[in-house]
Ligand binder design. Structure first.
Ligand code: ADP
Ligand code: ADP
Length: 223
């Protein structure tokens, strides 16, 4: 996944906000990459552009060498607010993506049920989202995102609303499931410890008042 010379300028009532400028991002297949930076530095804007929900002002976004600017559905996207449908059971939430792609319900469930057992959701298959803890709901939401067939997954503060202890458990869990699914993950977090623990690479998105915003990659050995 590459973002080449990307920028985003919002124009509203004659006012310009530079959300991102001269941003270059290059992520190898299968890596776990975190993006950190203070509030308002452009993290959501970046993700929304990669997800095809926002048009960059300049720049190309390449996936496998193909320009995906303005195209939605090319990458998976999960937000802090898990957005599980409250009227569907956990398993039917998890197979939503497969169903939307036309996989028959029985087949989709046949794939989801063993994975739910394996990844700590056994026993909750036919519960409703409001019967689960926050951590369990995030497991379900992440499993749903991973079961769409995109190769690249964007995770925007998926553990941001969890307590510290659940968060540590979820980090270990995420590394396990990520290792099994072998997808490229782009992860936004405010927690530097979390980024260090999880990532192959960290990009720091830093605002310079009124000036450029740069991304500095730091290469890390995995623990
Ligand atoms: P982060 O996710 O890092 O908190 P955002 O991407 O939400 O940052 O915002 C980056 C900058 O762009 C901020 O200055 C924000 O106010 C501005 N911004 C974001 N969305 C819009 C919009 N729709 N219209 C105008 N300005 C926006
Ligand atoms: P310290 O020495 O400061 O107590 P640790 O090495 O215990 O720090 O952990 C630093 C950070 O790394 C933790 O806050 C957590 O985010 C992450 N971390 C370390 N070990 C684990 C683990 N087993 N599971 C999940 N996260 C971990």
């Amino acid at each position: 996944l590459e973002f080449v010379n990307g920028s985003k300028i919002f124009k509203k009532n004659g006012q310009e906000t530079v959300a991102l400028e001269k941003t270059n991002l290059s992520i190898e297949e299968g890596k776990f990459v975190s993006i950190i930076g203070p509030s308002g530095c452009g993290k959501s804007t970046l993700f929304n552009m990669i997800a095809g929900l926002l048009q960059p002002t300049t720049g190309q976004i390449l996936l496998d060498g193909k320009n995906i600017v303005g195209k939605s559905g090319q990458v998976g996207y999960m937000l802090q607010k898990d957005l599980l449908l409250p009227w569907r059971t956990i398993v039917s939430n998890i197979i939503l993506g497969m169903e939307l792609r036309g996989v028959p319900k029985k087949e989709a469930e046949g794939r989801a049920l063993p994975l739910m057992k394996k990844y700590g959701l056994g026993g909750f298959e036919y519960h409703y989202p409001n019967e689960l803890s926050g951590g369990m709901r995030q497991r379900a939401a992440l499993l749903r995102t991973l079961l769409y067939d995109q190769d690249v997954i964007l995770l925007d503060e998926p553990f941001g609303a969890l307590d510290a202890q659940t968060r540590l458990m979820m980090q270990t869990w995420l590394l396990q499931i990520w290792g099994d699914f072998k997808k490229t993950v782009l992860f936004v977090t405010h927690d530097i410890d979390e980024a260090i623990y999880l990532s192959d690479e960290i990009y720091v998105l830093s605002p310079r008042p009124g000036r450029l915003k740069e991304i500095v990659p730091v290469h890390l050995p995995r623990p």
